[in-house]
Design a binder for this molecule. Sequence first.
Ligand code: PEP
Ligand code: MG
Length: 900
Amino acid sequence: MTAHETDKYVYDFAEGNKDLKDLLGGKGANLAEMTNLGLPVPPGFTITTGACQAYLATGREPDGLAGQIEAHLEALERAMGRRLGDPQDPLLVSVRSGARFSMPGMMETVLNVGLNDRSVVGLSDQAGQNDRFAWDSYRRLIQMFGKTVCEVPGEEFEHALDEAKRAKGTHDDLDLDADDLRGLVETYKKIFAKHTGREFPQEPREQLDLAIRAVFESWNAERAILYRRQERIPADLGTAVNVVAMVFGNLGPDSGTGVAFTRDPGSGAQGIYGDYLANAQGEDVVAGIRNTVPLQELERLDKTSYDQLLDIMARLEGHYQDLCDIEFTIERGKLWMLQTRVGKRTAAAAFVIAGQLVDEGLIDLDEALHRVNGAQLAQLMFPRFQLDHEFEAVAQGIGASPGAASGAVVFTSARAVELAAEGKSVILVRRETNPDDLNGMIAAQGILTARGGKTSHAAVVARGMGKTCVSGADGIEVNVPAKRFTVGGHTVSEGDVVSIDGTTGKVYLGEVPVTPSEVVQYFEGTLDPERTDDALVRAVHRIMTHADARRRLAVRTNADTGADAARARRFGAEGIGLCRTEHMFLGDRRELVERLILAATDAERTDALAALLPLQRQDFVEIFREMAGLPVTVRLIDPPLHEFLPPLEQLAVNVAVAQERGEDVAKEEALLAAVRRMHEENPMLGLRGVRLGLVIPGLFAMQVRAIAEAAVAVTRDGGTACPEIMVPLVGAVQELETVRAEAEKIIAEVVGDSGVEVLIGTMIEVPRAALTAGQIAEAAQFFSFGTNDLTQMGWGFSRDDVEGAFFWRYLELGIFGISPFESIDRDGVGRLIRIAAEEGRAARPGLKLGVCGEHGGDPDSVHFFHEVGLDYVSCSPFRVPVARLEAGRAAIETTGSDSR
Ligand code: PEP
Ligand code: MG
């Protein structure tokens, strides 16, 4: 016996529980949990993710798996009193994937496994001589098995089904009788044989084994890989496989299937939400092929099952202490639970539900904070449509994923990708989506479907991506080959613009203007959370207040105008972490900058600087006033000076043309000569930052003076200014010491006895600075990590070029899961930060540490900055609330108080 034979690969539902998701996948773990709660779950077993991993690693089933399946199958047969493939009374099973993280519609399911030419008769007898049902089940098996296990093109089966309906003169599957379906089975078998070169397998155990293998392999299907990359799900987890005794929702009008939510996954409102489809099998609902009725209708159709379902839903919610989503089937009046899980929800619902559960005493505020995230908050800050009489909805669908999206209509995924690559906003319009549309859904601004409910593929996937989606707009007739859809007398062709509202489900022709979100109004202070009856705003307020109470990191903003500073303060910024001064050299000040650059003598340069000084001072006065006593980090000028001059080529052409015309070009020639002189092959590694300050006499001195004078002026007016002067691009302590010595002299002279205190610190954005942070800290009163440059120089990636150029390939190869310019690379750049923080603080205890690169507002990165002990993060005004929330979440996660 090898070691592998002793591994346990198969678990009966009674052996698992909800905490075993790594091993049994989400579906398997929750089926086990429901089984152990005594809920009506059809018997079955789960093949572990470990078995899948072993299969994917070696290309064959691990030793021992076949025997364990056999043993569990026998137990299942005993429990059901039926045998797989028994011609008289067959047991049928479903084979369903179920990974650790839900990947809706990404992997395979095969239903009705165990049917063959003989047992189809037995099934009919078992179903009360219901031939129609038996043949329908058989044709579904061949179709699903053919498509998912043997890669037979699905359209061929669909085409044959359409043919059968056409021959019968109907559009409805239900009008096909047993004979029609028997004929269809024959056709399907021929399609199967044509594509696979073999007959449809009649041996049930072979069907089962092949189906299990197909589920394993579906983990590496292209669409699953794409989905995992989007959702940042690790690639090596593998999927579990659930083998479950079939129950049938298509046995007649007293049978059916549905999905339910314990609260509205769109808004979070309490109540019963879901869709029900009588006389149908599970995939009909999820695939959105037939239109469903609201779950409440079930009360009228089958009150006993309805009441029992409500009971179970309440129990599950109490048990999971969260919104649950449920799949169920009713077989001739008997309710069966096929799946439950903590349900996906929109960003708004996440906040509202977290607040409700606190009110209901089910969770505490830490847990509520844990259950929302910065990405959701960011989504809620998107604008919405601003509607007036001019815009009349032309169609009403289901608000499947909120937001407001406008764009040119496209009908195929490929076209969506094409136009999006040209920078166009597109709306992908489909009758219904399927997993093959994933690329188009990613590329589109929004998704509109004519079929399907809140749980259709389009709805579930769009919600997961945070993308606007309207589903089930059944007034729309989509004609893909003609590249148009019609709705209420209007024809909309490819390229025409439509607007869709993912909250209300309305569809508009043309581009509708947008209005800001109420969450932004709350942050702006124009919507009082104590007075509004907007449940979302109240929930956001409550959770944000808690995040603020819990967080250790301060949150500052990157702002370089008074207006930005004011907005950021309203959004909760506690200071400015980065005021870039370069914009202050643009616009009508360009001319002064040109004078500075072209200065031939000290006097000319001094003159130009003297003219810039009052303008700079006024800029700082405005910002210090807005920030009233909060720290303001002003960074001395950073970019290479030639960025303030016209581009070389343009200038050269202008000079040549003017010379040709015999015009006086002395000034332009001087400018051209300066641009040529300053030209650099690698400007990002050239004369910029502190290097400029050391090379151009008086430049930094002018800025330092403007900052100090502005601070004194504000203080004299009764305000408070707390300037922190920051030197960019320092790589060696000597650079900083030189700048500092000059700055301190000026500050002492300007500040006098005004009481103003000016700190001098540095950015840490050159790897050498991080590695010599102990030395640099001797000369710096604070460090601020410039993670944009630190990433650029750490990886050697040009920050302006590489993302568009080749990052797609790096992402595809999994070299990183997300651009390191977007989310901090913990192992590399993060290590530099860790070293600098530790060595900086060792040299200067209590050294103030912050970050002001783009990463300061990235949710994951905020957690990292918390972990390494920074004092603050700084980000753009709109990301300030996101950073506050994530800083609070980081704090509760490290104190370990989350109860989930
Ligand atoms: C940085 O490099 O991270 C930074 C904040 O500076 P800038 O983006 O202006 O180079
Ligand atoms: Mg920088």
